[in-house]
Structure formats: C-alpha cells, structure tokens
Design a protein around this ligand. Structure first.
Ligand code: NAP
Length: 350
C-alpha cells in the first residue's frame, strides 16, 4: 500500500504503546491524527510534539472513551484508524466503571465514528492476550482460535474488559457490515523503552523487582513483547493488504527466576545493588504460600497471582510472523533495554 501522505487516526496517542506507533508512523511519512484524553494536560503528551516529523504531520484531538461523538472529528478523513486507548491497570475500585465501560463503550464509539467516515479503509484494534486467556495452561498451545471465557467483574476484570471490548469490535463488524475491514492485535506483556513519561503497568514489574517489592522468586513465567515490535506489528497490520482476523503478538517467555538472574548480572555490570528477591518460592510449597498471601494483595493483583502462579504460557506466533513478517527481539535484549531506560528516566534506585 502507498503510505506517504496517508492519514492515520490513532486513539490514546500519548500512551506507552501508541507513542511508539506514532513515532513509527511519522518516520514512515504518514500524517497522524492522535487523540489524547485532555489537551489541557500538556505534560502528558509533550513527548509526542518532539517526535521526528511531528511539527509537520501530527495533529492532536481531545477525546474521552466515554464520549460517543468525540471520535468523529478524529477519524473523519482518515485512511486508517488504530484504536489503542483503553484503561490498563490491574488495581481499580470499581471494575465496571473503571475498566469495562471505558474499554467496551470506547471501542463501540470509535467503530461507530469509523462507520460514519467514508474515508476509512481499515481499522486495527489493540486487544490483548488477556482476550485469549487469563489462565495460561502449559499443556495447550494458545492460538488466535482461543478466547478467554474465565474472566468476570470479580476475576481478572482487566482481562474481562479486554475480552468484552474485542468481542464488541467483532460483533460491530458482523452487525453493521462497514466498508472497512477489522484487524486485531493481541499482544502479551509489552515491555521496553518508553517515549512517554511515567512507568507503564508492564514495565513496573522490573521497578518492583529491583526495588525489593517481591518477597521471593515466584513460580511465574511471563510472555513479553518489546514495545517497538508491538508498534511495528500494528503498523504492519494496517498496511499489509491481506492481514486478517486476530494476531497473537508475543516474543519469548521467561521465568521470574531467569529474569532475576539477568537483572543481578546487569546490576553487577552497572555497580548497583538492587533489592532483588532471593527466597525461592518457585516450588510446590511456594505456590501454595503465594496463593494464600495473594488474598492480602489488592484484588486485581491477587487474582492475577492466583491464576498465573505455577503456569507456563505457551502460544503460537506463526500467523503474525508469516502474514505480517513481524520479527521479535530476543527477550533478554528487551529486558536490558527496559532497565537501561528506567534507570535513565530516574525510576530506579541508584
Ligand atoms: P497506557 O500507556 O496506559 O495507554 C493507555 C491509553 O489509553 C492512554 O493513552 C490513556 O490515556 C488511554 N485511556 C485510558 N482511559 C481513557 C479514557 N477514558 N479516555 C481516553 N483515553 C483513555 O498503556 P499501554 O500499555 O500503552 O496500552 C495501550 C493498549 O495496549 C491498551 O489497549 C492495552 O489494553 C493494550 N495492551 C497493553 C499491554 C501491556 O502490557 N502494556 C499488553 C496487551 C495489550 P491517558 O494517557 O490520558 O491515561
């Protein structure tokens, strides 16, 4: 597809993932119309204004996911729409109000705006592995065919919000039969250097590990994807003519024990003394202790621990590598780049 001069509407443009998508789009010559929640709060999006090409080809709009009409101006005239905005946090007071409503209503509002705009040719929605499972089962390899059917308002509500939002997107297409096609990207835990201020929920894992927030090494295995690869995947999902359906978007898995060893080696290289966990809880007795202790954690964190401790995710990324030709960086490289960036931004103890 010819790219230069084409216009892309990008929701949640100032977010961790979307900022990388915006940077790639601008580098590739697209015009970008990004939405932010508030134009008044400049500190939240000032980093976008500094991106290469932003001065000439980035325009920002204000749009809250709760506002049905707000996205019409954003998408009108756009060739492509990338919908990334959605609350990403595990710990909320009211899961329906704080996660499900903005995720689901926001998706419907964006797609409704797309259906009204004659210019739109393709819409890419950022879903998540959360819409595939909330309880990885090492015995079975997860693919695009799998759907999370376990989450609810009281069990992993972030996962529930992503599942319902993605289902709402596919139902919208089924019922309204718009002229554009829908492609969905389902990333696993996204990590990597940040263009935006603050620490993303997924990068927070490393801050917590290095600051001594974990009581021990738990039996957790993470599937990570580098934010730069996830951003590329979104752009390729948009520009690849025959892209279709969902795309599991993930690099390698790595256990917490391997992450701790990597961080310890890295700290030795830097001459820092992080408070990495030492106590080995990655055994059967440890699993039981972690699950018991999880009830003292904030609800969302506790539920995550109970459905992930002792489970090794296995997934098949053949479709995204074949159709979109996405290549995933080695996970250790991503982790070290993340830690470098967190240190540079002052998020880690010296
Ligand atoms: P993020 O930095 O928190 O980005 C979320 C974006 O959504 C922010 O721009 C945020 O705007 C926006 N948003 C939230 N509530 C909103 C509302 N009510 N109205 C308008 N905008 C709203 O997190 P991220 O990791 O980049 O997440 C981006 C997308 O990737 C999300 O759909 C997330 O579910 C998905 N995802 C993330 C991961 C991961 O590990 N990070 C994995 C799989 C999928 P503000 O800046 O104003 O808050």
């Amino acid at each position: 597809m010819e790219q230069v001069g084409r216009t892309v509407a990008l929701t949640g443009c100032a977010g961790f993932l979307a900022s990388h998508i915006a940077a790639r789009l601008l580098r590739d010559g697209f015009r970008v119309r990004g939405s932010v929640r508030s134009l008044e709060k400049q500190s939240g999006y000032a980093h976008l204004l500094r991106l290469e090409g932003a001065k000439e080809r980035l325009e920002l709009f204000e749009a809250d996911l709760h506002d049905a009409a707000a996205f019409r101006k954003l998408v009108d005239g756009a060739d492509f729409v990338l919908h990334t905005a959605s609350p990403y946090t595990l710990d909320v007071r009211d899961p329906e109000r704080d996660l499900v409503r903005p995720a689901v209503d926001g998706t419907r509002h964006v797609l409704d705006a797309c259906a009204r705009a004659a210019s739109v040719k393709r819409v890419v929605v950022t879903s998540s592995m959360a819409a595939i499972t909330d309880e990885p089962d090492g015995a079975r390899v997860l693919t695009e065919e799998d759907w999370n059917e376990s989450s609810s308002l009281s069990r992993n509500p972030y996962y529930y919000s992503k599942t319902l939002a993605e289902r709402a997107a596919w139902s919208f297409v089924e019922e309204r039969k718009p002229s554009w096609d829908l492609v969905v990207v389902n990333p696993f835990l996204v990590i990597g250097p940040s263009l935006s201020p603050g620490v993303n929920t997924s990068n927070q894992v490393f801050v917590d590990l290095l600051r001594g927030q974990y009581p021990g090494i738990m039996n957790l295995t993470w599937g990570f994807v580098d934010v730069r690869d996830a951003a590329d995947a979104h752009v390729l999902a948009m520009t690849t003519n025959d892209a279709h359906g969902r795309y599991v978007c993930a690099g390698e898995t790595i256990s917490m024990r391997e992450v701790v060893a990597l961080l310890a080696d890295d700290a030795a290289r830097r001459g820092t003394r992080p408070k990495l966990p030492k106590l080995g809880l990655d055994c059967r007795a440890g699993d039981a202790m972690v699950k018991l202790a999880s009830y003292a954690q904030p609800a969302g964190v506790g539920q995550y621990l109970r459905s992930h401790v002792g489970r090794v995710p296995r997934y098949d990324t053949a479709k995204i590598r074949r159709d979109l030709r996405v290549q995933f960086r080695p996970v250790r490289e991503s982790i070290l780049d993340t830690v470098d960036d967190l240190a540079r931004a002052g998020h880690l103890p010296s």
